[in-house]
Design a protein around this ligand. Structure first.
Ligand SMILES: [Zn+2]
Length: 252
């Protein structure tokens, strides 16, 4: 393996190492998630400082030390800054949820490249839409994440008993079950999905994210889809999402 490499990446997380060094967790285009150190990046005058900001889309020059098994950022340039995102609390929150899901699913496992382009598309689209449309992007991320990782729930058969699900109504989601169930299998606390929500997901899942914004659903349906899909993701990745718990009601 070559010790020097250049790759496109998105900054998923940053942390402090000692006084002035910055640890940077990157979602890279080809190799998934890696941790790298940016020496001196907390210094005010450091060139690396601005380019290693959270959610920046960058071209990064890496040096791999095979003895320490660690990456060092030797240079970095921003391909897209995150300034449009961080100016909006809502958009920042949405991107934080996406980043947490990517981190906790280890970059989507084998689907690294698709995950990279999905997250990039989320960042680019959020950068040019208003706050009111931002929730649709979160729903699209949730759904596409399930699709990419092979966890997309089936609309046609009950996850529990296997019976055919109706196309009009009578499709339910139960917390802890990574699929939809029928009327007979539902129990108290189940959330009902209507045909509009199902149609929305089916009609948009193959479109580029920007074009998916042409389809809209009612505010109440939006809220239900966010709740249902995030719960399915938590079940699939087998861990609760902290960013969701803390601020779900407040901002989304
Ligand atoms: Zn059933």
């Amino acid at each position: 393996m070559s010790r020097n490499s250049i790759t496109q990446a998105i900054v998923l997380k940053t942390y402090r190492i000692g006084e002035i060094h910055k640890g940077v967790t990157l979602l890279t285009k080809n190799t998934g998630i890696i941790n790298a150190i940016a020496h001196g990046a907390w210094k005010i005058k450091s060139r690396l400082r601005a380019h290693t900001q959270l959610f920046n889309y960058v071209r990064v020059y890496l040096y791999y030390n095979p003895v320490k098994q660690s990456y060092k950022i030797t240079d970095i340039e921003s391909l897209r800054l995150c300034d449009m995102i961080v100016k909006s609390l809502k958009k920042y929150y949405i991107v934080s949820i996406c980043a947490e899901i990517i981190l906790k699913s280890f970059g989507g496992g084998e689907s690294v490249k698709e995950m990279f382009f999905l997250f990039l598309s989320v960042l680019q689209t959020l950068g040019r839409i208003c706050d009111d449309e931002a929730d649709f992007i979160l729903i699209q991320f949730f759904w596409r994440f399930l699709l990419i990782t092979g966890h997309r729930p089936d609309f046609t058969h009950c996850h529990h008993c296997g019976t055919s699900l109706p196309t009009t109504s009578g499709i339910y989601s139960i917390k802890g079950i990574p699929g939809f169930v029928c009327t007979s299998c539902k129990h108290p606390g189940a959330i009902q999905l209507n045909s509009g929500m199902i149609k929305y997901l089916e009609n948009t899942e193959q479109l580029p994210i920007t074009q998916s914004l042409c389809y809209k659903i009612a505010k109440e349906s939006e809220t239900i889809l966010k709740e249902v899909l995030s719960a399915i993701i938590e079940t699939c990745i087998e861990t609760p999402l902290q960013s969701l718990k803390q601020q779900f009601k407040e901002y989304v």
